[in-house]
Design a protein around this ligand. Structure first.
Ligand SMILES: [Zn+2]
Length: 309
């Protein structure tokens, strides 16, 4: 029954995407589908509005193509990971309804980091649901600093400081627990969440790496490398990488992004779930590790060049 439901959801998603692709532009030559949402079609709002789809028993993709918004239903309400930003917020709210849930039942909005493309919808969704909004102290600061510096447009305001998440915290809702780890490097306090995702009732280790690319020069790069090393040491056994973007420009996901995996599942709905893939996660960690080492070296060279000039 669950397989059938998943198959139907995927079939619908593919149908809707197919219709859109027929009407709109597709990936540029040499671009993968996931890549097109952050590349040639990054500003094509209608193209971005992909159909939501079910990934696991307790994991749904409800975001636009460019940035992931994940819905985790529990026995006591809903958890939303990130919110995307305008002009996608009403579409996300609608997507939650489309996959069969009431957005008013969102109890937690857990942010991965303080960049606008991830938190922009938090104010509106919190207003609608009364959900608690969670983020690390360092990224609450970072988000507020950023907003103060750029005077956000209406709809881009950060949420008011609410739940301050700390290393080792557990967010518990009904039958679901998410563990919280602070992994800086992309931002000062990017948050990683782990939880158990179920595929046809079979438990799998799922992980949301909240800041999957280095920023901010040598300091950020060094923090990022430490975060990747921590993932390698503590979380190499992750089976479901719950990625915050379908495609990453810095270190593309081996074996396809979120949308390639969606399409693989649609083609073979009775086959193994392509989102359960520890080998790709390990491969990505290797690439992110090497990438971080190179990023730090490049940033050091830039800084040294600045000194001699
Ligand atoms: Zn970011």
């Amino acid at each position: 029954m669950r397989i059938a439901t998943r198959a139907a959801t995927f079939a619908l998603a593919v149908l809707a995407t197919g219709t859109l692709l027929a009407q709109q532009a597709g990936p540029a030559p040499g671009e993968s589908l996931s890549q097109s949402y952050r590349g040639s079609q990054a500003r094509n709002v209608e193209y971005q509005k992909i159909a939501p789809f079910k990934v696991m028993d307790n994991l749904y993709y409800v975001g636009p193509g460019t940035v992931a918004v994940w819905l985790i239903p529990t026995t006591q309400g809903l958890i939303l990971i990130d919110t995307a930003q305008e002009p996608y917020v009403d579409y996300i709210i609608d997507n939650i309804r489309k996959v069969g849930f009431d957005p008013k039942n969102i109890k937690y909005i857990l942010l991965t980091h303080g960049h606008l493309d991830h938190f922009g919808g938090a104010v509106k969704i919190q207003k609608l649901s009364g959900a608690r909004v969670g983020l690390s102290a360092a990224d609450w600061d970072f988000m507020e600093m950023g907003a103060a510096a750029r005077a956000p447009k209406a709809g881009d305001e950060p949420p008011k400081r609410d739940l301050v998440l700390k290393e080792g915290d557990t967010v518990k809702l009904g039958d679901t627990e998410l563990k919280v780890y602070i992994m800086p490097g992309h931002t000062p306090g990017s948050v990683t969440y782990t939880f158990t995702a179920y595929d046809n009732k079979k438990a799998h280790k799922a992980l949301v790496f909240g800041g999957p690319g280095p920023r901010n020069g040598v300091d950020g790069g060094t923090e990022f490398l430490a975060s990747v090393e921590r993932l390698e040491k503590q979380f190499a056994d992750t089976e479901v990488a719950v990625n915050v973007h379908s495609y990453l420009n810095s270190y593309p996901y081996s074996n396809g992004g979120i949308l390639e995996r969606r399409d693989t599942a649609a083609k073979n709905p009775k086959g193994p779930n392509p989102f359960v893939d520890n080998a790709s996660w390990r491969q990505w960690l290797k690439e992110a590790h090497a990438g971080a080492v190179k990023y730090i070296a490049d940033e050091k060279a830039k800084a040294d060049k600045g000194k001699t000039n």
